[in-house]
Design a binder for this molecule. Structure first.
Ligand code: CAA
Length: 299
């Protein structure tokens, strides 16, 4: 189904090479998806050779897992691995026509990366950001051509979650938008077009649920009781499992950005920041399966 608000009379641009800025967990997951589904070369970069190598190794390991589970053929596994490369130099992005960033979730960091990358890439290359809660237009204000920028927000775990938020700013051109929609379709994701507002659509709903769950704990209810109380909502995991999946610092950041935009409607992420320093909420067995909630986490 065509996403609501998709432009009628613009054509997507071909994507023949993808550049991924950032080689962390989420970036590696979607770099692999681009190589697998678009079948084009994908180059990833980060601030150090070590991080780049770790990103490439993570992708290779995931391809091996897909092969073990019979999800890809040996030929496809080799083909995907050959498509992925890493570089610490932006020069490797010169011939990319789709560049997506997933660097540290801070406006100044993302703007700096975009400012630099725009010097290197072709004038018609599209820029995308995987930001979960920062203003895409503010990010694009440092670009000489903000019409080439679009939000392209994946959800954790990237290979499994079917939805993708495509964020249109006032400046995003129709051509950029339809290219993003075509890319999403090739990735086999369901795209929704959202306005450039804090939290877009999904995190606005989620920040409310997760914020209330955290507030319950901060006011003295145990993790267990809040999780049991949330169970009838039918979420696939408890709010606290979800926070660990997303990453506690990321969760805190999401709550803070919503609180900054609507102080009367969202709780700040202070409690989560403390939990992020503590390191976890759940107790886990040796295989990493959750076994319960750590009572020490509330102290
Ligand atoms: N990474 C990669 N793949 C994963 C995974 C992970 N962390 N966790 C599970 N999977 C895969 C499994 O390998 C399995 O794949 P196959 O079918 O190919 O074997 C599949 O997902 C189903 O896994 P399971 O049967 O083990 O587990 P499940 O049925 O309990 O589902 C789940 C696991 C998909 C993570 C499910 O619990 C879920 O949907 N949780 C909610 C996730 C969610 O809400 N995400 C949005 C977070 S918000 C966000 O990301 C945005 C932000 O900006 C902060």
């Amino acid at each position: 189904r065509k996403p609501v608000g998709a432009p009628e009379d613009a054509s997507p641009r071909p994507v023949t090479k993808v550049g991924v800025l950032g080689a962390g967990l989420m970036a590696s997951q979607f770099a692999l998806l681009f190589a697998r589904r678009l079948g084009v070369p994908v180059v990833i970069t980060d601030v150090s050779q070590e991080r780049v190598d770790a990103g490439v190794a993570r992708i290779t390991g995931e391809v091996d897992k897909l092969l073990d589970r019979g999800r890809v053929s040996p030929d496809d596994a080799n083909r995907i691995k050959a498509l992925v490369s890493g570089s610490v130099s932006y020069d490797a992005f010169a011939d990319a026509d789709w560049v997506i960033e997933a660097v540290f979730e801070e406006m100044s960091v993302k703007q700096e990366v975009f400012r630099k990358i725009e010097q290197v890439i072709a004038p018609d290359a599209i820029l995308a950001t995987n930001t979960s809660s920062l203003s895409v237009s503010e990010m694009g204000s440092v670009l000489s051509d903000p019409s080439r920028l679009v939000g392209f927000h994946f959800f954790n775990p990237v290979p499994v979650m079917p939805l993708l938020e495509v964020v249109r700013t006032e400046q995003t051109s129709d051509e950029t938008l339809v290219t993003a929609l075509a890319v999403a379709k090739t990735l086999k994701k369901t795209a929704i077009i959202t306005a450039d507002q804090p939290g877009f659509v999904v995190n606005r709903v989620l920040a409310r649920v997760l914020g209330e769950a955290m507030r319950g704990v901060e006011e003295g209810t145990s993790f267990d009781v809040v999780a049991q109380g949330a169970a009838p909502l039918g979420l696939p995991m408890s709010p606290f499992e979800l926070l660990e999946l997303v990453g506690l610092p990321v969760g805190a950041h999401v709550l803070d950005s919503h609180h900054a935009a609507w102080p009367e409607r969202f709780y700040p992420g202070d409690g989560l920041k403390k939990l992020a320093e503590f390191g976890h909420i759940l107790t886990r067995d040796k295989k990493g399966n959750a076994t319960g909630y750590d009572p020490a986490a509330v102290k």
